[in-house]
Design a protein around this ligand. Structure first.
Ligand SMILES: Cc1cc2nc3c(=O)[nH]c(=O)nc-3n(C[C@H](O)[C@H](O)[C@H](O)COP(=O)(O)OP(=O)(O)OC[C@H]3O[C@@H](n4cnc5c(N)ncnc54)[C@H](O)[C@@H]3O)c2cc1C
Length: 381
């Protein structure tokens, strides 16, 4: 029997993601890591710095300078309790290093930070609630800032739905919301929420739909799913976004789209977006046949439905098995997916390692993390 220990969500998150965050920083943001090391780490002559550890309090790295190799510890100034706070704490560190440097240059992560800082917060409210099926709820938001500032981006357009703190009806934030400010709010005042995908947009009515999976019950349902289960017309929300993670390289003529219930709204948007002549294979995992989500019907789109038939979401290898069973892929294929983290990792490993697709041709996004697979991941590493 296992004992459940209450730990901040960031601990479970880092147990799974630390390695890939470190890899991403060392590979994509090496110039930023070096800038921080030189200006904040006390190694102005550093020629190289490799990030080796991230925990909720700070970063560990190995620094090389003319005197040799040194250990460096940098502490965060922002409390990190949930994954989104980590981004704020890292950006805060970079900002402090930039201030200390006295120059106004921009490294790769600073360019990314500038793009994130430009993301807006749009206040709106629930105008309709209906069930697509017993475990999938369509929530329609309408009015407020949707009439003025909201403008969708990308066929997988998503945003963070900010909801009132548990037990409250007021959001307690406005359009000036930032994740830095969120991290500094008392925990009981912090809005909760999760990322969701635009399923339909009716600009003439300033209305949009999202499809929210209703998962778990009682203590096992997350704040967003619990909110969806009791959402009512008039409930206030804010949308932080919009954003896209769908970037097919020029010349892409075939898509492999992989998703469970959470990724299917984006897959519907991508099928709608597909230029004439582009083809797609969709691997779509749902609980059972009655829970298939309606997808746009287009010539050249082949949908393979995979049913869990009683198995819990996030515990099967259906998507990776189906990816392995696909015939050889056309040369200009882009693989996009949204679903449970471990399932996305398994598909990514297959298409990158076995099929040799390059990094730019693959975007498999962890839309959610199954608790049990999180533990299994940790055990196997
Ligand atoms: C870019 C992006 C777009 C997304 N779009 C959608 C969308 O359109 N529709 C949608 O429903 N979801 C979507 N998601 C996924 C959604 O954000 C997650 O499912 C999120 O975890 C839900 O938050 P929560 O507060 O309900 O649960 P959390 O507090 O995050 O988790 C609580 C518990 O529920 C489990 N859990 C979380 N999600 C699921 C699930 N789907 N099935 C079973 N168990 C789950 C977790 O493992 C955990 O044990 C998207 C995610 C991303 C990153």
């Amino acid at each position: 029997m296992t004992t459940e220990i209450e730990e901040p969500p960031i601990v479970a998150y880092l147990a799974v993601e630390e390695k890939s965050i470190i890899e991403r920083f060392n590979a994509d943001f090496a110039d930023t890591v070096l800038m921080v090391t030189r200006n904040l780490g006390g190694f102005p002559e550093a020629t190289d710095c490799e990030l080796v550890g991230i925990d909720p309090e700070g970063l560990d790295s190995k620094v090389t300078d003319p005197a040799g190799v040194h250990d460096l510890r940098l502490d965060f100034n922002i409390p990190v309790e949930v994954p989104d706070h980590l981004t704020s704490a890292l950006f805060d560190l970079i900002e402090r290093a930039r201030d200390a440097s006295g120059d106004t240059g921009q490294t790769s992560a600073e360019r990314e930070a500038a793009a994130l800082a430009a993301i807006g917060t749009h206040l709106t409210e629930v105008v309709a609630v209906s069930d697509v099926h017993p475990h999938l709820r369509q929530i329609t938001f309408g009015g407020g800032d949707l009439a003025t500032t909201f403008d969708p981006v990308g066929p997988d357009c998503f945003f963070y739905v900010l909801l009132p703190p548990p037990g409250r009806t007021e959001l307690g934030i406005d359009q000036t919301f930032t994740w830095e400010a969120h991290a500094r709010m008392p925990v009981e005042d912090q809005p909760v929420g999760a990322y969701y995908t635009l399923r339909a947009w009716r600009p003439e009515k300033a209305e949009l739909d999202i499809w929210m999976v209703l998962h778990g019950e009682g203590d096992h349902a997350g704040p967003a799913s619990s909110w969806a289960a009791r959402a009512q017309v008039g409930d206030k929300v804010a949308l932080w976004g919009p954003r896209t993670a769908f970037h097919p390289p020029d010349g892409t003529d075939h898509l492999v789209l992989v998703g469970d219930e959470t990724g299917l709204p984006a897959i519907a948007g991508i099928i709608d977006w597909m230029p004439d002549g582009m083809t797609a294979t969709v691997l779509a995992e749902v609980a059972e046949e009655s829970e298939r989500q309606e997808l746009p019907s287009r010539a050249g789109v082949d949908v393979i439905w995979l049913h869990r038939e009683g198995a819990e979401a996030g515990t099967t290898s259906l998507l990776a098995d189906a990816a392995r069973a696909l015939p050889p892929l056309p040369e200009s294929t882009y693989v996009w997916g949204g679903g449970e983290s471990k399932a996305m990792t398994a598909v990514r490993r297959h298409v990158r390692n076995d099929r040799g697709l390059d990094r730019e041709s693959v975007a498999l996004v962890a839309y959610w993390r199954h608790k049990a697979t999180t533990d299994a991941d940790v055990d196997s590493e």
